[in-house]
Design a protein around this ligand. Structure first.
Ligand SMILES: NC(=O)c1ccc[n+]([C@@H]2O[C@H](COP(=O)([O-])OP(=O)(O)OC[C@H]3O[C@@H](n4cnc5c(N)ncnc54)[C@H](O)[C@@H]3O)[C@@H](O)[C@H]2O)c1
Length: 322
């Protein structure tokens, strides 16, 4: 890689990372991916590095020395780091909180140390709506509080944001914090559509759903997410924090289950559980405000419902082609 200016993408073997790396390389940027492949992704890396602008190093992003050595092996200057590496297996994090400590918080700590020694300029951080905790019917703006996440994952994302704040005070010239809800599209590595498609492929006659199906959430397509991140990256400021999401109240799990069932196995019966909470740390509904982002000049191209229909098609097609 013979470029002075490299964009590092941590977690680049993952779902959002793969889409982001493709967009960055398509715009002519040199990209260096750091990923420990703890969630698989060898096939995604193989296709990404076919582009000569993209390089990959298998490293643990909690280890700043390993990242510095990996950068030196490539040559060039890391100007921007898109930090996407984290634990996305929420049940695994519930069973063992050390997984979120390591993959979600210590990766952020390690990335900041790496950036300090590399003299990197800008951190772009994938945070989450999970940092807020339950606010019931109250609209969630960026400056709402007190913040009281109820999952290990949300707690470690919030701790990451705090550490980033301290880094901006101490040495980091610029940080962009993107807080987004559920993101869908291909290639899915986890999430509700992915789970439903897998269940129906195993048993085409029945789809079992956690909770009573009334849980309502906002969904954003990965292409819209990347469009919003690129938009924010052009705004002025030293520390920017934005909610990113659709402009609606979301769709129910029932809507998603029926959309997947109709696409994958129309004869299947859907059986629901009890209660509104799908898993420990789940927040059954929330009202996410993206007004600040809309006021800055960006709007998503699809509603939550349109996003789900589109993503179900994409995920089913990508599963059939493997
Ligand atoms: N997908 C969503 O709905 C969603 C919602 C909110 C926030 N986010 C955040 O966006 C980012 C990307 O999510 P995704 O959906 O693409 O998840 P993903 O699991 O597909 O990708 C995460 C990647 O991080 C890598 N990783 C984990 N621990 C690592 C470590 N210690 N060192 C190096 N790499 C490591 C994994 O191997 C994986 O490839 C994550 O930070 C996630 O928390 C995602």
């Amino acid at each position: 890689m013979n470029s002075d200016q490299i964009s590092v993408v941590t977690g680049g073997a993952g779902f959002i990372g793969k889409n982001l790396v493709e967009r960055l390389a398509a715009s002519g940027q040199c990209v260096l991916i750091f990923d420990d492949l703890s969630r698989g992704g060898e096939d995604r890396i193989t296709s990404l590095v076919e582009n000569p602008l993209v390089q990959f190093r298998q490293v643990d992003c909690a280890d700043p020395h390993a990242m510095s050595e990996a950068l030196a092996s490539v040559g060039g200057q890391a100007h921007t780091v898109w930090h996407l590496a984290a634990n996305s297996d929420i049940p695994a994090g519930v069973a063992d909180p050390r997984i979120d400590l390591h993959r979600t918080f210590q990766t952020t700590f390690g990335v900041l140390e790496f950036m300090r020694s590399a003299g990197a300029n800008t951190l772009r951080f994938a945070s989450s709506s999970a940092i807020y905790g339950p606010f019931g019917d109250v609209a969630i703006f960026e400056d709402i509080g007190p913040l009281a996440p109820i999952s290990n994952y949300g707690a470690m994302k919030l701790a990451s944001e705090a550490q980033i704040n301290a880094a901006v005070e101490a040495f980091l010239p610029r940080a962009e914090v993107y807080r987004f809800p559920n993101v869908v599209g291909a290639p899915a590595t986890h999430g509700v559509i992915f789970d439903f498609v897998n269940k129906l492929q195993k048993n085409p006659m029945e789809l079992t759903v956690l909770g009573d199906g009334t849980q309502r959430k906002a969904y954003l397509h990965v292409h819209d997410l990347i469009g919003a991140m690129f938009h924010i990256s052009k705004l002025d400021g030293r520390r920017l924090t934005f909610n990113i999401g659709p402009q609606d109240e979301g769709v129910t799990v029932r809507f998603i289950a029926e959309t997947v069932r109709d696409k994958v196995s129309p004869a299947a019966a859907i059986s629901y559980g009890e209660g509104r909470r799908g898993w420990v740390g789940d927040i059954p509904s929330f009202h996410y405000s993206v007004q600040k982002l809309v006021d800055s000049g960006w709007a998503p191209s699809r509603s939550s419902a349109e996003t789900i229909v589109c993503a179900v098609d994409e995920i089913v097609e990508s599963r059939l082609s493997v």
